[in-house]
Design a protein around this ligand. Structure first.
Ligand SMILES: [Fe+2]
Length: 450
C-alpha cells in the first residue's frame, strides 16, 4: 500500500500455466515480509482441462451476511473467484452509518457525490485477503464502484485496487476484458461504459468473440453487473438498452452462461433470447446475493401491485429503453402477471454459486444458501448445464432466433428441448406406421375378397 491510498501492483512475469507457486510480500532487505502464501495458475487452454471449481458471487459488501457467504465459499475450495461487481460498498459507508440505504438518492437527496472512503476499501481488502491471497479473483465493476467525485472523476478506487488483463486481451480498458482458464473463455463486460454498437467496447467484443476457438475453449462464459433478464421489481428492465445493443452478438457466438449481480437475490433463467425461450440462448444467472449493506430484494414485478413504474429503475449509466412485451402471455404489458416463462427459479436468500465444468459438454451449477447448514448436500438450486452446439450451428451474421418451438416453461436446457423433440418424432413415427398398417390391412382385405 502507498501513502496516497493507492495500491501498488507488481505483475509477475514468467509464470507457467497449471503450476503452484509460493510467495511472500514485502521488502526482503528490511526483513519485513508477509507469511508465505501459495496460489495455482490457471490450467492451460484445452478442451480437456478445466478450472476445478469456479465460485461466483456479486454485491458482497462487508456485513454479517458477507462473512457467512465467504466462509461457505472458502469451504467450497474454489480455484477461481468471479466477483460480478459491487464489492465493498465503501461509496455509502459514512453517509449511511454503515447501514446502507435501499435507495441512496431517496434517503440522501442532498448528497451531490458518493464517498470514496479508502479505510473501508482497506478493511474490505483485509477481510478478503485469506481468500484472494491464494485464489485468483477476477472482477468486473458495478455501480457502487463508480464513486463519482468532483471534476468528473469516477472509478478511482476500483482502477487503483484491481488489475485485469485488459492489454493482454486487446481491450486496453480496465472496464471490459477477457481471459482463458482451461477450456473456458471468460468475457467480462462493462455496463457503466459505452456499450453501444458504434462504441469501442462493442468493437472489441466482436473481435474477441471472432477469435475464440471453440475447439480449444468449448465453454464461453460472460459476466457483467446488472442483469438483462430479471423478474424482481428491483432494477426491473434497468439495462434494457444494453440488452438491445449486445444480446444478438452474444447469441450469434453461442455464449453458454451469463452471470450478473446488482439485484440482491438469486434467479436462474431458462435458455432465452430476446425474451423468447430458445434452446441456443445462454443460461442467465443472477447472484447479487453476496451480503450487501442495503437489503435483500423480495418483491417480484409480477406480484400484485409490485410492477414498477416506467419512471423507476433508471440506470446510473446509459439510456432508458423500458418496453412492453410484444408476444406471449404478457403481450402489450410492461410486467407479467405470473413468474415469466424465462425465469426458471428465484429465491430471496443470501448465498454464492459454484460452477464445476466437467467436460466440453457438461457443467454442474450449484447455488448455496447462507442459511443452510453447510455440507455437500446444501444446495438451494442445482442444475446440469449442457452444451449441444450441434443443435445450434453457429452462423455469424445470422441472428434468427433458433426458437425451441416445442418449448415449455420447463424446457430449460438443450437436452430437455432435444428429448422433447425426440418424443415428437417418436409420436410422428407411430402415426405413420399406424397409417401404413391401416392401408396394408385394407389391401389385404381387398385381396382376400377377390
Ligand atoms: Fe449494483
Amino acid at each position: 500500500m502507498t501513502a496516497d491510498n493507492g495500491c501498488r501492483q507488481y505483475p509477475i512475469e514468467g509464470l507457467k500455466l497449471g503450476k503452484r507457486y509460493y510467495y511472500k510480500c514485502g521488502d526482503s532487505s528490511l526483513k519485513a515480509l508477509s507469511k508465505e502464501h501459495t496460489f495455482e495458475t490457471f490450467p492451460s487452454s484445452s478442451p480437456n482441462m478445466y478450472p476445478r471449481r469456479i465460485a461466483v458471487v456479486g454485491d458482497l459488501g462487508l456485513t454479517g451476511n458477507t462473512t457467512t457467504t465467504i466462509d461457505h465459499l472458502s469451504q467450497n475450495n474454489p480455484s477461481i473467484f468471479l466477483m460480478v461487481g459491487d464489492l465493498s460498498y465503501a461509496n455509502q459507508y459514512l453517509t449511511t452509518g454503515g447501514k446502507g440505504a435501499p435507495c441512496f438518492s431517496c434517503a440522501f437527496p442532498d448528497a451531490p457525490i458518493r464517498e470514496t472512503y479508502q479505510p473501508r476499501w482497506d478493511g474490505w481488502g483485509r477481510f478478503m485477503e485469506p481468500l484472494t491471497s491464494k485464489i485468483p479473483m477476477m472482477v468486473i465493476e458495478g455501480n457502487h464502484e463508480i464513486e463519482p467525485q468532483v471534476g468528473g472523476m469516477s472509478f478511482k478506487s476500483y482502477l487503483a485496487r484491481f488489475a485485469v488483463p485488459s492489454e493482454e486481451c486487446g481491450s486496453n480498458s480496465s472496464f471490459y476484458y477477457s481471459f482463458n482458464a482451461g477450456g473456458v473463455h471468460f468475457i467480462m463486460l462493462g455496463a457503466y461504459v459505452d456499450y453501444n454498437q458504434s462504441g469501442a467496447q462493442y468493437a472489441w467484443l466482436k473481435a474477441d468473440l471472432h477469435q475464440v476457438d471453440r475447439q480449444v475453449t468449448p465453454w464461453l462464459v460472460a459476466a457483467w453487473h446488472p442483469p438483462w433478464y430479471n423478474s424482481y421489481s428491483s432494477h426491473y428492465q434497468e439495462f434494457e438498452c444494453m440488452r438491445q445493443e449486445m444480446e444478438a452478438l452474444l447469441y450469434q457466438h453461442g455464449v453458454d452462461i451469463v452471470f450478473s449481480g446488482h439485484v440482491h437475490a438469486y434467479e436462474r433463467m431458462n435458455r432465452v433470447f430476446n425474451y423468447t425461450l430458445d434452446r441456443c440462448g445462454p443460461v442467465y444467472i443472477t447472484v447479487g446475493d453476496g451480503g450487501n449493506i442495503e437489503q435483500i430484494d423480495i418483491d417480484h414485478a409480477d406480484d400484485p401491485g409490485k410492477c414498477p413504474s416506467k419512471s423507476a429503475n433508471i440506470p446510473e449509466f446509459g439510456g432508458v429503453c423500458h418496453l412492453n412485451f410484444s408476444s406471449g402471455p404478457a403481450k402489450g404489458k410492461f410486467c407479467w402477471e405470473q413468474q415469466p416463462e424465462w425465469s426458471a427459479f428465484r429465491e430471496s436468500s443470501f448465498g454464492h454459486g459454484i460452477l464445476e465444468v466437467i467436460n466440453s459438454t457438461y457443467a454442474l451449477w450449484t447455488w448455496h444458501r447462507n442459511q443452510d447448514i453447510y455440507g455437500e448436500n446444501s444446495s438451494g438450486d442445482q442444475i446440469y448445464i449442457v452444451r449441444q452446439p450441434e443443435l445450434c450451428l453457429m452462423n455469424i451474421g445470422d441472428v434468427t432466433p433458433r426458437t425451441c418451438s416445442y418449448s415449455s416453461p420447463q424446457c430449460s436446457s438443450s437436452n430437455q428441448c432435444a428429448s422433447q423433440g425426440v418424443q415428437y418424432i417418436y409420436l410422428f413415427s407411430l402415426l405413420i406406421i399406424g397409417s401404413l398398417c391401416v392401408i396394408l390391412g385394407e389391401l389385404w382385405k381387398t385381396m382376400f375378397f377377390w
